[in-house]
Design a protein around this ligand. Structure first.
Ligand code: MSK
Length: 645
C-alpha cells in the first residue's frame, strides 16, 4: 500500500517536472552554443579559464599557505610543519579563514554603508525618497529617535546619521541585535561575540591576523563569528532595511527568468552587481519618455532591462524586472550579441566582461570607484547627481543599438515564469490570508508554526549563495531544492540560488506539483510558489529575522527548530561571512563546497562540531549533492524528534 502511494507521488512529480522545468541538460546545450560563439570570435569564457587553471593549488585549497609577512610565503608540508615564525598549520589555516570571512563582512557592510549614505540624502524633491514610512517609523522608535510632530525627512536624516555611526561607534554593540530572539542575544553575550562597531570588527580581524598576533585557532574562530555577526545583524541588515525604506518593501509580483527574457527587438540593458541605488535609477530612466522615444528613433521597439546576480534580485523584487541569469551567466548575456550595455556597480562582476565586451558591440559600463575594471567605459555614478548620471548611462545604451549586428544575435529560446518578492512582511501578509488563529495588527507566523508542528511541512530550508565552477552549474541548487520539496520542506531563497530556481521554473506557483502532498497543499492554500524569493545576498538578514521571530512566536530556541541553511555552490568571501553569522544565529548550515580549512583538523572539526557548544549549530561539508540533501533531511527529522513533533 505504502509503495503504491509513493509511486503515485513520484509519478506525479516526474510528470510535473517534465512539463514545468527546463532540464539542466537543455540549459547546458544552450550555454555550449554560446560558448561556440566565443570560440568563433577568438575569445574565451570561464570554462576555458577553469581548464587552464588545472590542477588547482592544493596548498591554497587546504588553507596551509601563509603570505601574511614577507619572510615567506610559507607552506606547511610533511617536511615543514611550521612557518618561519613558528606558526603551526592550525594557526595558519585559522588566520586565512578569518581574513577570508572579514573580506566578506567588509564587502556586505560597505554595501550597507553606501545605502545609508544614499538614505542620508533623501528629500521630497530629490532622486531618493522615503517610500516605506511605516518601516522607517518602526526603526526610529527602536532606535529611540523622536518622531512626534516631525517632518519624515528630519527623522530620516537623524536615523541615517545613527545608522552610519554603527560603523564606527566607540562604545556598545550593534543596535539590530535587539531584533534577535532572546536566546540568541543571551548566547552571543555569554560567548563574548556580540558584534561591536562594524569597522572595528573588520579592523580587529586584520590586526589579530597580523604577523605576531593570534595563532591560537579557536580564538581566531571566535572573532570570525563576532565579525560576521556585525555583517548579518549590522551592515547587511542596514542594507536590507533601508533599501526597503527608500525603494519599497518587496511584495509578491510576477516576472520571468533565463536568457530568453532578452528581447531581440528592444534595446537590452543588463544591470549587474548589488547596490540598488544605481539600478533603481536605471529602471526609472528606462521608462523616461524621451529615452523611449530615442529607442524608437534608433529602430528598437523599446528599452528592455534585465538583471544578473543580486542587482537582479533587488529590481525584480520591487519592479518585476526579469532575471537574465545568475553569476555564471554574466558572460553568456554578452555572447547573445543582443545586449547594448552591461551596467555594473559592485561585487561579483567578472573582470572578463571588459575584454569580452570588446568582441561585441556591448558597452560595459562601470559606475563605482570600488569596482574599476580594465576595458570598461567608466561613468561615475553619485547619489547627489543620480538622476542625471542614470539618464546619461541609459542614453549611452540606447544610442548603441544602431551598432548591433542583427545577423549574429542568438538568444536562447528558454525562459520561465516566476513569482518573486517575499519579504518577511509579505510572508506574514500571505499567511494572514489562511490564518484561523489570533492575528494582531502586525500579523502572525502562527500558520507556519502550525504547519510545521503538525508535520504538514517537515521543516524549512534556506538555499542561498553563488555558482561555483567546481559544481555543475545550478545542479546543486536545483537538485537539492527538488529533493527538499518532495520531502515537504518549505524553501526560502536569496542570491544566485534564487535565480537558479527561477531560471529552471521552480519559482512559479505551478511548481507546487513538484512537491510532496503536504507542501503542495500549503502552496495551494497560501497561494504561494514552493520556493520563496527573499532577495539578494544582503537580504539573508531577512531570513535571520524570520527565523528569530518564528522561534519567539513558537517559544523555542532557534537551534531547536527544524530549519537548515544550505549553500551548495558558494564561492565568495561574502558567503563565508554569511555562513558564520547564520550558524551563530543557531541554524545548521550545509556547504557543497569545502572552505579552505582542510589542512587543519582542529579548525575543520571545530566548524563542523565544536562550534555547537557556543551557538547550538554547526557546519556540514559534503560535496556529493545527494548526500548533502540526505544529511539535511536527517537533521530536520532529528530536530522534530527532539521536539516531540
Ligand atoms: S551575487 S555573492 S555570486 S550569490 Fe550576490 Fe550571487 Fe554569490 Fe555574488
Amino acid at each position: 500500500m505504502e509503495t503504491t502511494k509513493l509511486t503515485a507521488l513520484e509519478a506525479r512529480i516526474a510528470k510535473a517536472t517534465e512539463k514545468l522545468l527546463i532540464p539542466i541538460e537543455k540549459m547546458e546545450e544552450e550555454y555550449a552554443k554560446l560558448h561556440d560563439i566565443a570560440v568563433a570570435k577568438g575569445t574565451e569564457t570561464w570554462e576555458d579559464r577553469k581548464a587552464a587553471q588545472k590542477p588547482q593549488c592544493s596548498f591554497g585549497e587546504d588553507g596551509v599557505c601563509c603570505r601574511i609577512c614577507s619572510m615567506g610565503p610559507c607552506r606547511i608540508t610533511k617536511k615543514a610543519s611550521r612557518g618561519i615564525c613558528g606558526c603551526d598549520v592550525h594557526g595558519i589555516v585559522a588566520r586565512n579563514y578569518l581574513r577570508f570571512s572579514a573580506g566578506g563582512t567588509a564587502a556586505h557592510s560597505d554595501h550597507g554603508r553606501e545605502i545609508m549614505h544614499t538614505f542620508s540624502q533623501t528629500a521630497a524633491d530629490k532622486d531618493y525618497q522615503v517610500k516605506d514610512v511605516n518601516k522607517l517609523l518602526k526603526i526610529a522608535k527602536d532606535w529611540e529617535v523622536e518622531t512626534e510632530g516631525r517632518d519624515i525627512y528630519d527623522i530620516a536624516h537623524e536615523v541615517a546619521e545613527i545608522g552610519l555611526l554603527e560603523y564606527g561607534k566607540v562604545h556598545g554593540t550593534q543596535r539590530f541585535i535587539k531584533w534577535a530572539s532572546k536566546d540568541r542575544q543571551e548566547a552571543w553575550a555569554r560567548e563574548g561575540i556580540e558584534p561591536r562597531a562594524i569597522d572595528r570588527e573588520i579592523a580587529e580581524c586584520l590586526h589579530r591576523t597580523h604577523m605576531g598576533c593570534s595563532s591560537e585557532p579557536i580564538a581566531l574562530m571566535r572573532q570570525a563569528l563576532r565579525s560576521a555577526l556585525s555583517d548579518g545583524w549590522g551592515g547587511s541588515m542596514m542594507g536590507t532595511e533601508f533599501s526597503d525604506v527608500m525603494f519599497g518593501t518587496p511584495m509578491p509580483r510576477d516576472t520571468e527568468a533565463n536568457l530568453g527574457v532578452l528581447d531581440a527587438d528592444c534595446v537590452n540593458i543588463i544591470v549587474h552587481g548589488h547596490d540598488p541605488s544605481l539600478s533603481e535609477m536605471i529602471v526609472k530612466y528606462a521608462e523616461d519618455p524621451e529615452l523611449v522615444a530615442l529607442a524608437k528613433e534608433v529602430g528598437a521597439k523599446g528599452i528592455n532591462i534585465a538583471g544578473v546576480c543580486c542587482t537582479s534580485n533587488e529590481v525584480t523584487m520591487r519592479h518585476g524586472i526579469p532575471m537574465a541569469g545568475n553569476f555564471l551567466q554574466q558572460e553568456n548575456c554578452i555572447l547573445t550579441g543582443a545586449v547594448e550595455a552591461v551596467i555594473v556597480d559592485i561585487q561579483c562582476i567578472f573582470p572578463a566582461l571588459g575584454p569580452l565586451s570588446q568582441c561585441f558591440h556591448t558597452k560595459f559600463i562601470t559606475t563605482s570607484e570600488i569596482a574599476r575594471i580594465p576595458y570598461a567605459t567608466h561613468i561615475p555614478f553619485s547619489v547627489e547627481t543620480a538622476g542625471a548620471n542614470a539618464k546619461a548611462i541609459v542614453r549611452e545604451a540606447v544610442e548603441n543599438f544602431k551598432n548591433r549586428d542583427a545577423e549574429s544575435v542568438y538568444i536562447p529560446d528558454m525562459k520561465r515564469k516566476a513569482t518573486v518578492g517575499y519579504s518577511c512582511e509579505a510572508i506574514i501578509k500571505q499567511l494572514d490570508t489562511v490564518c484561523n488563529s489570533f492575528v494582531d495588527e502586525l500579523g502572525t507566523y502562527q500558520p507556519l508554526v502550525d504547519c510545521i508542528t503538525s508535520g504538514v511541512i517537515r521543516g524549512a530550508v534556506a538555499v542561498v549563495g553563488c555558482n561555483n565552477p567546481k559544481i555543475r552549474t545550478d545542479f546543486g541548487h536545483i537538485e537539492l531544492m527538488k529533493k527538499m520539496l518532495k520531502n515537504d520542506c518549505v524553501i526560502v531563497l536569496s542570491g544566485c540560488s534564487a535565480q537558479a530556481a527561477a531560471k529552471a521554473g521552480l519559482m512559479s506557483k505551478e511548481a507546487k506539483d513538484i512537491c510532496g502532498a503536504g507542501m503542495k497543499r500549503v502552496c495551494e492554500l497560501a497561494d504561494i510558489p514552493p520556493v520563496l524569493h527573499m532577495g539578494s545576498c544582503v537580504d539573508i538578514s531577512r531570513m535571520m529575522r524570520l527565523v528569530c521571530d518564528v522561534a519567539t512566536q513558537w517559544g523555542v530556541d532557534v537551534p531547536q527548530m527544524p530549519v537548515v541553511g544550505c549553500a551548495p555552490e558558494w564561492m565568495s568571501e561574502k558567503a563565508v561571512s554569511i555562513g558564520n553569522y547564520v550558524v551563530a544565529t543557531g541554524i545548521d548550515t550545509f556547504l557543497g563546497v569545502v572552505p579552505y580549512v582542510g589542512g587543519s583538523d582542529i579548525v575543520s572539526n571545530f566548524l563542523q562540531d565544536g562550534i555547537k557548544e557556543w551557538v547550538g549549530a554547526s557546519f556540514t561539508f559534503e560535496t556529493d549533492m545527494d548526500k548533502l540533501g540526505d544529511l539535511m533531511l536527517e537533521n530536520i527529522e532529528a530536530k522534530r524528534l527532539a521536539l516531540g513533533i
